[in-house]
Design a protein around this ligand. Structure first.
Ligand SMILES: Cc1cc2nc3c(=O)[nH]c(=O)nc-3n(C[C@H](O)[C@H](O)[C@H](O)COP(=O)(O)OP(=O)(O)OC[C@H]3O[C@@H](n4cnc5c(N)ncnc54)[C@H](O)[C@@H]3O)c2cc1C
Length: 541
């Protein structure tokens, strides 16, 4: 007879990506007895690397609320280098986009180039980062263990039964059966979808508009756009130190440079784009090479690059479920839904969910010890609306890829929405900020826009990539500029900027009224902006 290793805990967390270990750690800080179960072992490769101001704002809030000094230090590139140089990362000053055309090198037409740069930070020290997930996730797991989380790796979970008083998880570890009785379970297994399978949660993928396949890897020796197009007018930051997006006929490519020279890169290819390549059944490397060959500048960037792992292919990156929580369980966003890496929403959304679940547990720490049903229902409806919203913004952007002018206009919707949210949350911090809708959900001005924008774009592109007439594109850009105007606190959609948007405090001060602040109130709250105020005491050591 084999021994069954049986254990009990208040909260079981499945997976050990950053959302799992941050939530586990916060719950341990709050005095919960937490077990975190990982199928693999750290350090391990993970995808999803580029952070944004909203992600780093969440990290800072978690740091302040629960005393997690490292989260504050990892929330800007400068603090990260000063305190955790051993955790590898990349400098991300903003979002860079180029439009490429098959068979043609990227055309340097000066300020008329098909190039869009939107700064997310005023300098390198305050900049966002790309996370080398192998290092970052390992770091957060170690911190969770140090906070008292019972972490078990190499666990193969085989069953979950949800009852009125808790959840029973079954599995194997090191050849021995394992059984865990938990008061509550959080599924942070990402697309692994552990609870979805165990609880037979139906897929809701049909309500997701976006469809894309992925070909990706990590590479050594990729060249920089600065070398390939050296004469471009200087932008608000060096183009390559950003989340670099190459827009193509078949979809787009991301390229994220880490400080140690490794580049994470991947093509997101639409079904129509994939079919047009006529490479059905081809392996990942063949697809990778075919796409590089079609776009000479992108081809040169990666011609001499060495893959650090086998290039991988996933025919469909989207997934979506009908449920995100129940009386004894909750799903992290990446287990619930994923749309596409365009606009780097994943980390910010995941951290927002960590905050929300942490608050839900915090509220009952001295009473029932499992989140109240109304809060879990609120969590589920927030994630549902937000997954829809991310999808609409991204689906619109895919339509808009038909022409660079359309894309640049659609991108303004994303940037207006997130910059407004960031500035409101920084300048007017609220206890309940974590429950604010992500990507404009709940905002009467912003919430309807992605749907309307997608509708307008499809009228131009006919859903088949038509670029429309110059007049149609200009009308769309004008509509977008006026639609975002009530939330456009940073001067986006301004033709005078020539698609090069720096961080501009003067414009912010001029537009104080859009935030509901007088000029004097805005000036007074400016020190709350990233890096302008004093650091919390725990962050100085
Ligand atoms: C191609 C691509 C690019 C992306 N780029 C970005 C980006 O630039 N910026 C951004 O913000 N977001 C990006 N994302 C999204 C990002 O990857 C996710 O938001 C993020 O990884 C979510 O983290 P997580 O900790 O919740 O889950 P994950 O990172 O998915 O971690 C899940 C963990 O659970 C473990 N696991 C799985 N199944 C089981 C099981 N049955 N039992 C136990 N453990 C299990 C896995 O081993 C893993 O450790 C991208 C996603 C994709 C697909």
């Amino acid at each position: 007879m084999r021994r069954i290793v049986s254990a009990q805990c208040e909260v079981a967390i499945v997976g050990s990506g950053f959302t799992a270990s941050l939530l586990a750690r916060v719950l341990a800080v709050l005095g919960y007895d937490v077990v975190m179960l990982e199928r693999g072992a750290h350090p391990r490769f993970a995808i999803g690397e580029s952070t944004t101001p909203l992600a780093n704002l969440s990290l800072e809030r978690l740091a302040t609320r629960y005393g997690l000094a490292d989260c504050h230090r990892l929330a800007t590139h400068g603090r990260w280098l000063a305190h955790h140089p051993e955790v590898r990362r990349g400098l991300k000053r903003g979002f860079t986009f180029y439009r490429h055309h098959p068979g043609e090198s990227f055309a340097d037409r000066g300020v008329e180039s098909e190039r869009l740069l939107v700064a997310a930070s005023p300098d390198d020290a305050l900049a966002d980062t790309h996370w080398l997930r192998a290092d970052v996730d390992h770091h957060f797991v170690r911190q969770a263990v140090a906070a008292g989380v019972d972490y078990r790796d190499r666990v193969e979970l085989t069953g979950a039964e949800v009852k009125s008083d808790g959840v029973r998880l079954r599995g194997m570890r090191a050849g021995e059966p394992l059984e865990l009785h938990a008061g509550f379970v959080v599924d942070a297994s990402g697309p692994g979808g552990f609870l979805a399978r165990q609880l037979s949660i139906p897929s809701d993928l049909d309500r997701t508009e976006t469809r894309s396949a992925l070909v990706f890897g990590h590479f050594d020796g990729a060249r920089l756009m600065a070398d390939e197009a050296p004469g471009l007018p200087s932008g608000p930051y060096p183009d390559d130190w950003a989340a670099v997006h190459h827009l193509l006929d078949e979809g787009w490519m991301y390229s994220l440079r880490f400080d140690h020279g490794v580049t994470s890169a991947g093509f997101l290819v639409t079904p129509r784009g994939l079919a047009s390549l006529q490479l059905e059944g081809a392996d990942a490397s063949t697809l990778w090479r075919a796409l590089l060959q079609r776009y000479p500048t992108v081809g040169r960037l990666f011609a001499g690059a060495t893959p650090l792992m086998p290039i991988a292919f996933s025919p469909l990156v989207q997934h979506r479920l009908t449920r995100a929580s129940g009386a004894r369980w909750a799903l992290m966003p990446h287990a619930f839904a994923f749309v596409d890496p365009l606009f780097s929403t994943g980390i910010a959304w995941g951290l927002r969910a960590v905050e929300r679940l942490a608050l839900a547990f915090e509220a009952v720490a001295s009473t029932r010890r499992t989140p109240e049903l109304p809060l879990l229902a609120r969590y589920e409806s927030a994630l549902t609306a937000e997954a829809d919203q991310i999808d609409l913004v991204v689906a619109g952007a895919y339509e808009a890829m038909a022409h660079f002018d359309l894309f640049a206009a659609q991108a303004m919707l994303y940037f207006a929405t997130v910059s407004f949210a960031e500035l409101r949350q920084r300048l007017m911090p609220e206890e309940s900020a974590a429950w604010n809708g992500f990507l404009g959900v709940g905002d009467p001005v912003l919430e309807p826009l992605p749907h309307e924008s997608l509708r307008r774009l499809r009228r131009i592109t006919h859903g088949r990539g038509d670029a429309g007439s110059a007049r149609e594109r200009a009308e769309f850009a004008a509509w977008m500029a006026s639609a975002i105007e009530p939330r456009n606190v940073v001067g986006l959609a301004d033709p005078a900027r020539r698609n090069l948007y720096p961080v501009d405090l003067d414009t912010l001060i001029d537009r104080h009224a859009l935030l509901g602040l007088s000029r004097a109130e805005l000036m007074e709250s400016l020190p709350r902006l990233r890096g302008l105020g004093p650091e919390p005491a725990f962050a100085r050591g």
